[in-house]
Design a protein around this ligand. Structure first.
Ligand code: UDP
Length: 326
C-alpha cells in the first residue's frame, strides 16, 4: 500500500511513519514543518515540504505518486491556543483540510484516515465516552475537528470518499527505541511538562486548576501510547478495504488519571520529585475525558499494547533524558 502521510514530521505522524515502514508499506511524508521536525522523518522516507492549503503543490504531488490512501495529521491542536486564536484553527484545520480533500478527489484517491480528537465531545455526560456520546465541543479546536468529521460524512455520500476519523484521547509516550518523541515548542502538554520539571528544565510544573469536580480536584484524562494510536491507523486503513462509509472511532485506554496521579506516577517512574504548584484553570479544559474504545476493539480488532500509565511514562522519560532524533 502506498500512503501519503500529511503531517508525518509531527509527534503522532512520525510514529505512524515508522510503524508503516516497519509494516512494509510505502510512505511519502508531506509536512510544512510549522510544528513538526524534519529530523523526525527517517532519511530514506521521501519528504515533501509543503502546506495542505497549497492546492498547486498537492496537485503536483498526487500527479507524481499514485497513492492508495492518505493519513491526515496536519493540524493545530492546542485547546488554549484555539480559544485565543480561533481564525488560525478554522483556517488550518478546516479550510486547509478542504483543499487536501479536493486534491484527493481530483486525483481519485478515495481513502482517508483523519486525526480527530476527544475534544469533539465537550463536557462529558458519561463516565466512559463512546461514539454515540453527544458532540458539543467547548473550544474552537474541538469544533474544527468536528466540522471535518461532518464534511467526511457528506463526502462519502456525495463522492464515495471512504474515511475513518480517529478521536484520540491524550496521545502520550514515545517509541521504545527513544529515537523519536514528543517535542513541541512551546510545550503545553502535561506529560512532557512533568518530565521537564523533573529534569529542572524551566520553571516548576503548573497544575491548571485543583477545583474541578473530580476525585482530587485536578483534571482527569485518558492517556494512550502513541504507537497504539499508530496501530489503530493501519487497522483503520485495512478496515476501509472491506467497508464503505465515513466511520468514527474513539481511541483511549478506558482509564482516567488525574493530573496529581500523573505526577505521582512520574515520581515513581523517574525516582525523582516533580516540582509543581497549583495555578488557575486553563481556558477550554473539560474536567474529565475518558474513552470507551469498545468499537475500535471490536470492529477494527485494535488492542493497545502499552496500556499502563507507568509504561507510557517510562517510554516518554527515556526520550526526554536524551531527546535526539535518530
Ligand atoms: N495540564 C497541567 N499543566 C500543564 C499541562 C497540562 O495541569 O503544564 C493539565 C491540563 O489542564 C489538562 C491535562 O493536564 O487538564 C492534560 O493537558 P494536555 O495539554 O496534556 O492535553 P489536553 O487534554 O489539553 O489535550
Amino acid at each position: 500500500m502506498k500512503v501519503l502521510i500529511c503531517g508525518g514530521a509531527g509527534y503522532v505522524g512520525s510514529h505512524m511513519v515508522r510503524y508503516l515502514v516497519a509494516s512494509k508499506h510505502e510512505v511519502v511524508v508531506y509536512d510544512d514543518l510549522s510544528t513538526g521536525h524534519r529530523e523526525a522523518v527517517p532519511p530514506d522516507v521521501p519528504f515533501v515540504h509543503g502546506d495542505i492549503g497549497d492546492a498547486a503543490r498537492l496537485s503536483r504531488l498526487f500527479a507524481v505518486h499514485s497513492f492508495d490512501s492518505v493519513i491526515h495529521f496536519c493540524a493545530r491542536s492546542l485547546v488554549g491556543e484555539s480559544v485565543a486564536e480561533p481564525y488560525l484553527y478554522y483556517r488550518n484545520n478546516v479550510a486547509n483540510t478542504l483543499v487536501l480533500l479536493g486534491a484527493m478527489r481530483d486525483a481519485g484517491v478515495d481513502r482517508l484516515v483523519f486525526s480527530s480528537t476527544a475534544a469533539v465531545f465537550g463536557n462529558p455526560q458519561a463516565d466512559a465516552i463512546d461514539e454515540t456520546h453527544p458532540t458539543e465541543p467547548i473550544n474552537p479546536y474541538g469544533q474544527s475537528k468536528l466540522m471535518i468529521e461532518r464534511v467526511l460524512a457528506d463526502a462519502f455520500l456525495a463522492y464515495g470518499l471512504r474515511s475513518v476519523a480517529l478521536r484520540y484521547f491524550n496521545a502520550a509516550g514515545a517509541d521504545p527505541s527513544a529515537s523519536i518523541g514528543e517535542a513541541h515548542e512551546p510545550e503545553t502538554h502535561l506529560i512532557p511538562n512533568v518530565l521537564k520539571a523533573v529534569l529542572g528544565q524551566g520553571a516548576a510544573l503548573k497544575v491548571f486548576g485543583d477545583d474541578y469536580d473530580t476525585r482530587d480536584g485536578t483534571c482527569v484524562r485518558d492517556y494512550i501510547h502513541v504507537n497504539d494510536l499508530a496501530s489503530a491507523h493501519l487497522l483503520a486503513l485495512e478496515y476501509l478495504d472491506g467497508n464503505e462509509g465515513a466511520f468514527t472511532f474513539n481511541l483511549g485506554n478506558g482509564e482516567g488519571f488525574s493530573v496529581r496521579e500523573v505526577i505521582a506516577a512520574a515520581e515513581r517512574v523517574t525516582g525523582r520529585p516533580v516540582p509543581h504548584a497549583i495555578a488557575p484553570r486553563r481556558a477550554g479544559d473539560p474536567a474529565t475525558l475518558v474513552a470507551s474504545s469498545l468499537q475500535a476493539r471490536q470492529r477494527l480488532g485494535w488492542k493497545p499494547r502499552m496500556a499502563s500509565l507507568d509504561e507510557i511514562l517510562a517510554s516518554a522519560w527515556q526520550w526526554h533524558l536524551e531527546p535526539n532524533w535518530r
